[in-house]
Design a protein around this ligand. Structure first.
Ligand SMILES: CC(C)(COP(=O)(O)OP(=O)(O)OC[C@H]1O[C@@H](n2cnc3c(N)ncnc32)[C@H](O)[C@@H]1OP(=O)(O)O)[C@@H](O)C(=O)NCCC(=O)NCCS
Length: 205
């Protein structure tokens, strides 16, 4: 039997990661109907308060397949970050990141810090060997949050992701335990590579 994964509270300099509570339903709903979330994630387009309530109830439980944290900044809900079990065993555990910042909290380093805390937890407490990140090709802000934490320049994979029924080109990057946890190249250089990948993509996000 696989054990469920705990949702420990993790503290960073400006954010705290904690289990979701009923108080997060309203801001989760606001985030879910935001244009950027609809564009870059597969959140249902017809999103209701009841769906937000069910979602928060589900992700606040300890599960086998995934750990979800609410990100809190200055006492307010600022986003959600997930660590999904990707497989591996006997020291070869692997996790995949998923995240979204509430629109009122974007551009303040919230997700960059949250990714660092989750990666620490994955390599430390969970003993994972690697953590992966994927996004639709063109989601520069998503890559910047993981770039800050050492994720290598992504590869662009044709038709990697099912985006509401349309196979969409995806960026993929894997961070291995022991990799430096700082940017692999200056952002301007990374951005130039990403822009070329976007230009060359057949079906960017
Ligand atoms: C992507 C997202 C999670 C980033 O969250 P955040 O808390 O704003 O992230 P951070 O502030 O830590 O870092 C984002 C960085 O990307 C930059 N950025 C955002 N959009 C950008 C764009 N289109 N082009 C270039 N840079 C961009 C921000 O300016 C910021 O950089 P800075 O810190 O140097 O100013 C947030 O924009 C979001 O929730 N988007 C919608 C959902 C989504 O895309 N989720 C990820 C799916 S893979």
């Amino acid at each position: 039997m696989t054990a469920t994964l705990a949702i420990p509270t993790l503290h960073g300099p400006t954010v705290t990661l904690r289990p979701h509570t009923a108080a997060d339903i309203e801001p989760v709903l606001e985030r879910a109907v935001d244009a950027a979330c609809r564009r870059w994630t597969v959140v249902p387009l017809e999103y209701t308060r009841e769906m937000a309530r069910e979602y928060v109830e589900e992700i606040s439980r300890e599960r086998e397949s995934e750990v979800s944290w609410a990100i809190e900044r200055e006492g307010r809900y600022a986003g959600t970050i997930d660590l999904r079990v990707r497989g591996g065993a006997q020291g070869h555990g692997a996790g995949g990141l998923g995240f979204a910042t509430h629109q009122d909290a974007r551009g303040r380093g919230v997700m960059s810090e949250a990714v660092g805390l989750v990666v620490d937890h994955a390599f430390g407490h969970l003993g994972y060997e690697l953590v992966q990140w994927e996004a639709n090709v063109g989601n520069y802000g998503s890559y910047k949050a993981v770039w800050r934490n050492g994720f290598p320049l992504p590869v662009a994979v044709p038709a990697l992701l099912d985006h509401r029924g349309v196979m969409t080109d995806g960026w993929h990057s894997t961070l291995w335990r022991g990799d430096p946890r700082e940017p692999v190249v200056p952002w301007d250089d990374a951005y130039a590579v990403l822009r070329r990948q976007v230009s060359a993509a057949r079906r960017p996000g």
